[in-house]
Design a protein around this ligand. Sequence first.
Ligand code: ZN
Length: 315
Amino acid sequence: MSTIETVTGPVEATALGRTLCHEHLLTASEPIRVQYPHLVDHERELQRAVEQVRAAMSHGVKTIVDPACMDLNRDVRLAMRVADETGVQLVMATGIYGQHYTFIPQHFQTRDEDYLADVFVHDIEVGIQDTPVKAAFLKTAADEPGITPDVEKVHRAAARASNRTGRPIMAHSRPASRTGLDQMRIFLEEGVPAGKVMIAHTGDTDDLDYIEELLALGPFIGMDRYGTEIFLPDAARNTTLAALCERGYADRMVISQDACATIDWFPEEMIGQLAPNWHFTHIFETIIPALGELGVSDANIATMLDEVPARWLSA
Ligand SMILES: [Zn+2]
């Protein structure tokens, strides 16, 4: 029986229970924290994270996977306080998002993939940010700029860290430019078993041909941005997900929101206007009932929320 590292220690994969596979306690601009700390209200951020987590728990959620990493202001101490106050099981990552999905810091630009892999392995084997909390998986990202040299370095380093530790990988993707296929090519070239990979944000497209081409390579996929209608309206996400369930892919998908209890990338009022349904309980309140009307069975929902996350994390 495999165990999964959480903020409060390792748990049996079977004990993860209902899992939101992609939500963020906090997404923030890292340099601002160091240079202009007067712009940051840590207590408010904690409060908002606790509020969102408790709301999700009221729908039976036991575990939240937070793929925060470098450039998203991953904050293990915030996660520890949230776990302590709510009792939720939080699963953390190590990895690099990339500034503008393009560049990594000079420190890593002048060093090779194996040096970067060592950094990731440290978080998996020793702990994150000088704590004993261990990363359960690796995080990478590719987006509009595609596979730049820096983006490729991060993907190869994550693949090597995965090969050394057995830990799975979650890759932020941009279906509009079919990055998932390029990301899978790198992982497979490095020898990562496809079943250890989750291609996040695949639900941002309703192009079933692309999605099936990607699934044929063997990864799990994230239907994980419900409530972000700027990328794809929920109605189109639902018909796509229902079609994939009908074709027998429920056991390869997770449902989530990629919501951030706090995100400092935009003025607060702008988020309320642009994405009023972008929060930790939108799928329970609105999406799952709508999926039911499209013929997605309760068993399919249970597979995507209760089984697939554990299967990916323990792959
Ligand atoms: Zn995310």
